[in-house]
Design a protein around this ligand. Structure first.
Ligand code: ATP
Length: 407
């Protein structure tokens, strides 16, 4: 039988008065219909850790969708049903959102694919979860309100700061749990339990079989954590980057990742690029993860920029001639990935050039609006980059001589 204790007082202290009252109401309504009902997942963990968490996940032993509809009838608000997943989101009259689902079991037909789902009881629902600290529930029914249900010693692992899977096949069933393990370990500053760590290493090669969409989704969640560098490092120690790309992450790559993060980059694809760009077959390695048109354009432009042969003594205007056709963002990223000092100088300078002439100035000089305008601005940028024109006065003088030529 599970270790049981009640944290009614802790819940009352941790959540808002509104949420607390709501949880009591939900428990009472479930009692009226003879349904067992529980808080579950991350919010249970965070209540025990005294960390804020607004994601209220509720499971019922019974029909989750029907219970959500009951809540709507009794307490108002609005229910949105996802028939396909057997889940419902109830938006309360005060706009809180609660996920309400049926307890379910998952079966895996083959590794690294999506499971087959079936309704079940609480224990089965907890058993399919990723880690002991995420596999606890808190009962909401009135007589047991606040009772912690902890079949897998999640509370012990919170105390000893361990991430632990529930059974030895866990990473084989779902290799994305390896990334999730690292995510929670970096967030809470925990370590993987010894066997969990060894099993993660054994299963790391299976991440190759995970769809790009699911892989990038988990990576993105990891990247949104603060301790992203230690996360990438930890995945390295588990052999993930070796399995996926044949690489060991170096300090240099971690520096580049830091710089990418410093630019507030949110696309996980760009981080993968940063990890493997110095390999000659980077394009081959990363193309399966290029899911958006943007990603594909980025690959094409990086490839084209790699082909460019420029002289290390090139002037900034010469660089501008070569790089102006590419998207600014992509040129910036290319500079960051190659750590080419001359390119960095060019970008720094090009992005801080003062505006010396505007369209108005051109019109005032009798030049008709049209394609010549961008030609003129391009030429001016080149002259500014080489510091041949530095002031508005010089720019106006230049425009006059140019104007004579154009006429
Ligand atoms: P966060 O604090 O980042 O929101 P969370 O614990 O709420 O984390 P979610 O990704 O929202 O995590 O998932 C909710 C719950 O669903 C988890 O606590 C876990 O029990 C379960 N879960 C999610 N993904 C998996 C998975 N791949 N395998 C097993 N269980 C999972």
């Amino acid at each position: 039988s599970p270790k049981e204790n009640t944290i009614k007082g802790l819940i009352e202290k941790q959540v808002s008065a509104e949420v607390y009252a709501l949880l009591l109401q939900i428990g009472s309504l479930a009692d009226e219909h003879d349904i067992h009902i529980y808080l579950i997942g991350g919010i249970v963990r965070d209540l025990l850790l005294n960390r804020p968490n607004e994601d209220i996940d509720i499971v019922v032993e019974g029909n989750g969708i029907e219970f959500a509809q009951l809540l709507e009838q009794k307490l108002g608000g609005q229910v949105k049903v996802h028939e396909k997943f057997g889940t419902a989101v109830w938006t309360t009259p005060t706009s809180l959102k609660l996920d309400i689902v049926t307890c379910r079991t998952e079966y895996y037909d083959s590794p690294a694919t999506l499971p087959i789902v079936k309704a079940s009881n609480l224990r089965e629902d907890l058993r399919r979860r990723d880690f002991t600290i995420n596999a606890m529930a808190i009962q909401l029914n009135k007589n047991n309100f606040g009772l912690i249900i902890d079949y897998f010693q999640g509370q012990d692992d919170l105390t000893s700061k361990k991430i632990r899977i529930l059974h030895t096949l866990s990473f084989i069933e779902d290799p994305t749990r390896i990334i999730r393990a690292v995510r929670f370990a970096t967030r809470f500053n925990y370590v993987l339990a010894k066997q969990t760590r060894n099993l993660a290493i054994d299963a790391s090669a299976l991440l190759k079989q995970v769809s790009a969409t699911r892989f990038l989704h988990e990576l993105k969640l990891l990247l949104s954590e603060n301790a992203i560098i230690s996360g990438i490092d930890m995945l390295n120690e588990l052999g993930v980057w070796k399995s996926l790309f044949g690489i060991n992450v170096t300090e240099k790559q971690l520096d580049i990742i830091r710089a990418v993060k410093g630019r507030n980059e949110e696309d996980p694809f760009v981080y993968l690029l940063a990890l493997i760009f110095d390999k000659s077959n980077w394009k081959h390695l990363v193309s399966r993860y290029a899911l958006t048109a943007n990603n594909q354009q980025l690959i094409r432009q990086l490839e084209a920029m790699e082909e460019i042969n420029w002289d290390s003594k090139a002037t900034l205007s010469e660089l501008h001639e070569v790089f102006a056709p590419y998207q600014n963002n992509n040129v910036n990223l290319f500079a960051l990935l190659t750590q080419e000092p001359l390119l960095e100088t060019y970008i720094e300078k090009a992005s801080t050039l003062p505006v010396l002439l505007t369209g108005k100035d051109l019109m005032a000089n009798g030049i008709k609006p049209g394609p010549t305008y961008s030609d003129i601005f391009h030429q001016l940028t080149c002259l500014q980059l080489d510091e041949e024109i530095n002031t508005k006065e010089e720019a106006h003088d230049w425009l006059l001589t140019l104007h004579k030529k154009i006429r």
